[in-house]
Design a protein around this ligand. Structure first.
Ligand SMILES: Nc1ncnc2c1ncn2[C@@H]1O[C@H](COP(=O)(O)OP(=O)(O)OP(=O)(O)O)[C@@H](O)[C@H]1O
Length: 486
């Protein structure tokens, strides 16, 4: 619908943007991204016709831009620019009504009932109707931004060009504005071109992205562009890590500040065991992966707790229970991983070793009351509290993939223990592979070179295998000894 072919343009004779070719489909949201001064605003001014082309052509709906009259352009396109701060003594409603101006006919342009309806509607949708009689200049930056969006929408444009539309807006209003625009985009087939500095916002709302650098369009394409770590690092000259949004399938980017000196070189830990909990504390956060009750998934944590509960514990809200117990014990609820067990905590095993240069610590509690053979179809009740809780701490630097690999290594070693000790699933009388509610955690200091593998073919994987095997045997031995005493 909008096609730019070899477009160059700028100020006076100087070309700021050079040789740009791109296509924006009707009803799409096209995000223009790029560092400060890369030419985004200049390119948007070429598209609106505010700046003349030096070279190339711009076609909108199969007609060259210069063939549209200025009135036709004003009807077709609305612009929300950074420079739009009007400081006249207009009320909010008057400013929004100005958006209807290109549509008003006749010599004495006057506002029709239809115009009034549109103005009312957009004011409501952008939540500015509450300020309708207030003077525009008396509004906050964010409120002004919403009024200017209302004015642009009142124009009922086919194309909306936004220069940093979420400037001044807080999180709620940023989201509301863009969701609202998305609705317009769908319902009115509105084409949006938005200059955005926040790449994560661009990812949430754009269909297509264009990356400008030194006036050149270095990449244009779908959201996969936002996963090109090296390209983005090179253009923005900043260290980043791309990943996915935790809830929806959109890329998200995290900034990495200049590497600060690592404050610790080994597993400096403190452990405190009471009747109610084991608390392992590290002075610095560790990168973790676990299926713990609190802090599950990928996380950063300094505190690792395993709480003792009665074997008939009512599991209706285990996470909240752990939060309450942490508060009672005056342990942080923010950077803590929490597990539960019905096993007597004194029977834990703690092994700290240096295996081929890898410092590794394991803290394991174990019982086999609800052992299960995962390969058999018999239905076990699984609302009992975890009996094999494995916590492994490593002085290493693991990628997310290596963390997953470590869990796999720990699980293989655990299953080997069940096989070697001939622990059976009581329902099927076959060798069990674990118990029905086991928890496993891997925590890594993230010191040194990062590694992507921690499977059975690696030094790291074998170190995990060794401490899990030995630690679990010791913990089960303690458990059996206590059972015999009872
Ligand atoms: N009116 C002007 N006259 C001359 N040069 C200008 C003018 N406006 C901008 N420039 C120059 O054009 C270049 C690109 O500016 P532009 O505003 O298009 O970048 P941008 O990518 O929108 O930047 P930002 O992210 O900082 O808003 C800059 O070097 C700027 O100094």
């Amino acid at each position: 619908m909008i096609t730019l072919q070899n477009v160059s343009g700028g100020y006076l004779k100087k070309s700021i943007v050079k040789n740009i070719s791109l296509t924006i489909d009707k009803g799409h949201f096209y995000a223009l991204i790029g560092p400060n001064g890369s030419g985004k605003t200049t390119l948007s001014k070429l598209i609106t016709g505010v700046l003349p082309l030096q070279l190339g052509s711009i076609t909108i709906m199969n007609k060259l831009l210069q063939q549209y009259s200025s009135i036709e352009r004003a009807e077709m396109m609305a612009v929300l620019s950074q420079e739009a701060a009007v400081e006249f003594d207009f009320s909010v409603e008057e400013i929004v009504s100005l958006g209807r101006y290109p549509h008003q006919k006749g010599f004495f342009k006057s506002i029709s009932n239809y115009d009034k309806e549109i103005v009312k509607d957009v004011m409501e949708k952008t939540y500015v109707d509450q300020y309708r009689n207030k003077l525009f200049k008396q509004l906050s930056g964010g409120e002004k931004q919403r009024v200017l969006l209302a004015k642009a929408l009142a124009q009922e444009p086919k194309i909306l060009i936004l220069d940093e539309p979420t400037n001044h807006l807080d999180m709620r209003h940023t989201l509301e504005m863009l969701q609202h625009l998305q609705e317009y985009q769908k319902n009115h087939e509105l084409t949006i071109i938005a200059i955005l500095h926040d790449l994560n916002i661009a990812s949430l709302f754009a269909n297509k992205i264009g990356l400008l650098h030194h006036g050149l369009l270095v990449e244009t394409g779908d959201l996969s562009l936002l996963q090109k770590e090296e390209k983005l690092q090179q253009v923005y000259e900043v260290a980043i890590k791309t990943n996915f949004h935790p809830v929806i399938a959109k890329p998200q980017i995290s900034l990495i500040p200049n590497k600060t000196k690592q404050l610790h070189t080994n597993l400096d830990y403190q452990i405190n065991t009471t009747k109610n909990f084991i608390h392992i504390h590290f002075p610095h956060p560790m990168r973790t992966i676990s299926n713990a009750v609190l802090g599950e998934g990928l996380y950063w944590s300094r505190n690792f707790c395993n709480f003792h509960v009665h074997y008939n514990y009512n599991c209706s809200n285990p996470k909240q229970d752990i939060l309450n117990w942490l508060q009672q014990a005056k342990i942080s609820t923010y950077d803590t991983v929490g597990m539960m067990t019905a096993v007597i905590l004194e029977d834990k095993s703690v092994i700290k070793e240096n295996i081929e240069g890898i410092e590794i610590l394991s803290v394991i509690t174990a019982g086999v009351g609800n052992a299960v053979d995962i390969t058999q179809q018999h239905q076990n009740s699984s609302d009992k509290i975890g009996t094999v809780n494995i916590m492994i701490f490593l002085d290493a630097h693991l990628t997310d993939g290596a963390l997953v690999n470590s869990i796999q290594s720990a699980t293989e070693a655990k299953t080997k223990v069940f096989t070697d000790l001939q622990i059976k699933d009581p329902n099927t009388q076959t060798i069990a592979t674990g118990t029905s509610t086991d928890s496993t955690l891997i925590a890594s200091t993230q010191n040194g070179e990062s590694t992507t593998y921690a499977g059975s073919g690696t030094k790291l994987g074998k170190a995990i295998g060794k401490v899990v095997y030995n630690g679990l045997i010791e913990a089960l031995h303690n458990y059996e000894k206590r059972k015999k005493k009872i």
